[in-house]
Write a protein that binds this ligand. Structure first.
Ligand SMILES: [Zn+2]
Length: 631
């Protein structure tokens, strides 16, 4: 039997508990994610290209080719990577739908990029040409290798959806140049922003080129030995403070930490390096237990866009960069494929709904960069024509001076279908629920096809109907999220409880057979660990995978969100019971006795809305964590 062709997916490890399915094997045809994929395809992709054209980030490639680049080059050193991330998104889109406009855009962008590549494979518009600084003269902040990493991820998407072409050739020459320059006999150095590692490992997998994985492993091993210069934020900022094998927790710049960790999983899995895999799992455990927001957001500090200390999770100062959400999904998906542990896919779901889905507006042309859990005052609207400073919390902006998040959202949504389901030798596993179709081949010539029908997350009923034409024996596995207490599964007329983790049905499935998973998505209260001081005395509300919040416009007095307290004992629906505390003005907000905060208003119903939908009606104050009356 010939081996199955590689899936059209961003990650395809050499081994692991489960195998990914490609964007051509899974389709989402309706509901929450279908709408977001549609908006991404029809609006966001063109929006990103238009902004990069307008700001000269695309012309930077032309100017290198025409030898006219110089001191007036627009954009940061990493603006090339935004073009590559857009290309990756376009490639997944072509793989997903065969979209002709996306295909044209790929060819158009590839032609401009290819012209800018030097004969030795070096490709960068910020360094090494004209009066620009010399190549690799600022590895701490120059992002040269980071840019190449994103180029390689775009090429992976192209290879696995369409096949080899000019983009793949450009990427191969760039990767060869990196290996020659920084290989075992080359310069002993690393990039200040990890990404080349995860790009090299996957590009190596996609091409069957072990040299690229070895180079990724070499970069990983070099990190943590102080090869980068010390900076005021410390070497932990770029994870050069200690070897990755020795770390117990994620620290420093969140996106850097997560991209690096994703590569570490790739290297650990493909080389059978159990020690490295165990180190990453340990870091995930502690970081998720102590340094992650309820939304799945990561990064508590604005100053370095970084992780804080354990329990340092202030809701109003949460940074939770959208890109860190994307990085978290990258890490958890790799760990999940390696181990099959549903806790990783639980975190993916939480992060997709409450970080990734929160970022774009309904039109797909403005984006959250930071994702705080508490907005004290409504932010100032950013005009459709305006470039925002990178992280003004509480407002979606069309573009940013540092515009990493829009293209990261675009590539994640375009490739999202690759994160929904997997196979192993025994059957099909579905991890994220959306209406659509899934097909997979199993050993022995067995062919699986199912149709999923659901209104999830609005409703918790998930129907999986077998559509393969021939009866076959296999196992259907469905993820039951940790929050889904009381879930049930119904098969052949019999209903049984389905505990958190994975529920399995093994039998001979016939065409038309239907399995129904019921996940209780009614609203529920969620209490924080008291060590998260910033939200002590507060409670949050979740509904299914969605974190809910209160927006100021829904209160009887929109200016008094900070005075809102709620009464959990009154129960919960889509509304909680709340009232305003007195909130008398103090000249000094401290006293020699505890404040008594007398009640100043009658109880009223406080409507809740999904966190991902906040500020869609315009700027607002908002909070996820709600103070409990009397505490
Ligand atoms: Zn970002």
């Amino acid at each position: 039997m010939s081996p199955a062709p590689p899936p059209a997916a961003p990650v395809d490890p050499a081994r692991g508990a489960l195998r990914p399915l490609g964007v051509d094997q899974v389709t989402i045809s309706g509901g929450f994610w279908a709408e977001r994929q549609r908006v991404n395809a029809t609006a966001t992709l063109a929006h990103c290209e238009a902004w990069m054209e307008r700001l000269g980030w695309l012309a930077n490639f032309d100017r290198v080719a025409d030898r006219s680049t110089g001191g007036d080059r627009p954009g940061w050193s990493f603006s090339d990577s935004e073009v590559y991330k857009l290309l990756e998104a376009l490639c997944w889109e072509v793989g997903r739908t065969g979209d002709a406009n996306a295909e044209t855009a790929i060819k158009r962008l590839t032609a401009r990029i290819a012209r800018a590549q030097d004969p030795d494979g070096y490709l960068n518009t910020c360094y090494g040409h004209g009066t620009r600084p010399a190549r690799y003269s600022d590895l701490e902040t120059g992002h040269e290798l980071y840019n190449v990493g994103h180029l390689l991820q775009a090429a992976v998407a192209r290879l696995r959806t369409t096949g080899s072409d000019d983009l793949v050739d450009v990427a191969r020459r760039a990767a060869d140049h990196v290996c020659e320059t920084f290989g075992p006999h080359g310069r002993e150095a690393i990039c200040g922003h990890p990404e080349i590692e995860v790009g090299l490992s996957e590009f190596g997998r996609a091409l069957g080129e072990p040299r690229y994985l070895e180079q990724a492993a070499l970069f990983l091993d070099r990190r943590g030995h102080g090869l980068l210069s010390d900076i005021p934020l410390g070497r932990a900022y770029f994870q050069d403070d200690m070897p990755i094998r020795e770390a117990d927790v994620w620290r420093g710049h969140a996106v850097r930490a997560l991209y690096l960790t994703a590569a570490a999983v790739d290297v650990a899995v493909d080389r059978g390096d159990d020690e490295l895999l165990a180190a990453v799992r340990r870091q995930w455990e502690r970081s998720v237990a102590r340094r992650t927001y309820l939304t799945g957001g990561m990064g508590s500090r604005h100053q370095d866009e970084g992780f804080g200390e354990d329990w340092e999770l202030p809701p109003d100062r949460a940074y939770c960069e959208t890109c860190a959400g994307v990085g978290s999904v990258m890490v958890s998906w790799r760990l999940f494929l390696a181990t099959g542990d549903a806790r990783y896919t639980d975190l993916i779901e939480r992060t997709l709904y409450n970080v990734v889905a929160a970022s774009p507006d309904s039109a797909g042309t403005a984006f959250f960069y930071a994702n705080p859990l508490h907005q004290r005052t409504p932010a100032t609207q950013v005009g459709a024509d305006e470039v925002s400073p990178r992280a003004e919390a509480g407002v979606r902006a069309p573009w940013f001076e540092v515009s990493c998040c829009p293209t990261n959202v675009a590539r994640t949504l375009a490739g999202l279908t690759a994160y929904l389901a997997t196979t192993d030798d025994d059957g099909l596993q579905i991890h994220q629920y959306a209406t659509g179709r899934i097909t997979a081949g199993l050993p022995g010539g067995r062919h699986i096809a199912v149709r999923v029908n659901t209104h999830y997350p609005a409703d918790g009923t998930i129907r999986v109907r077998v559509t393969s034409p021939e009866p076959a024996e296999w196992t259907l596995s469905l993820r039951v999220p940790a929050w889904a207490t009381g879930a049930t599964i119904t098969d052949e007329g019999r209903t049984r409880p389905a505990g958190p983790g994975t529920v399995r049905v093994r039998r001979t499935f016939h065409p038309g057979d239907e399995i129904v998973l019921e996940l209780p998505v009614r609203p529920r209260f969620t209490w924080p660990d008291p060590r998260i001081d910033a939200v002590r005395g507060c409670v949050a509300v979740e509904r299914g995978p969605e974190v809910l919040c209160v927006e100021s416009g829904d209160l009887p007095d929109p200016d008094r969100l900070d005075a809102l307290v709620i009464d959990p004992a009154a129960g919960i629906s889509e509304v909680v019971r709340g009232r305003f505390t007195a909130g008398t003005e103090h000249r000094w907000p401290y006293a020699q006795a505890p404040a008594t905060a007398p009640d100043a208003s009658e109880w009223f119903g406080v409507p809740l809305l999904p966190y991902h939908s906040w500020a869609r009606r315009g700027p607002a104050a908002m909070r996820v964590w709600l103070p409990v009356a009397g505490s």
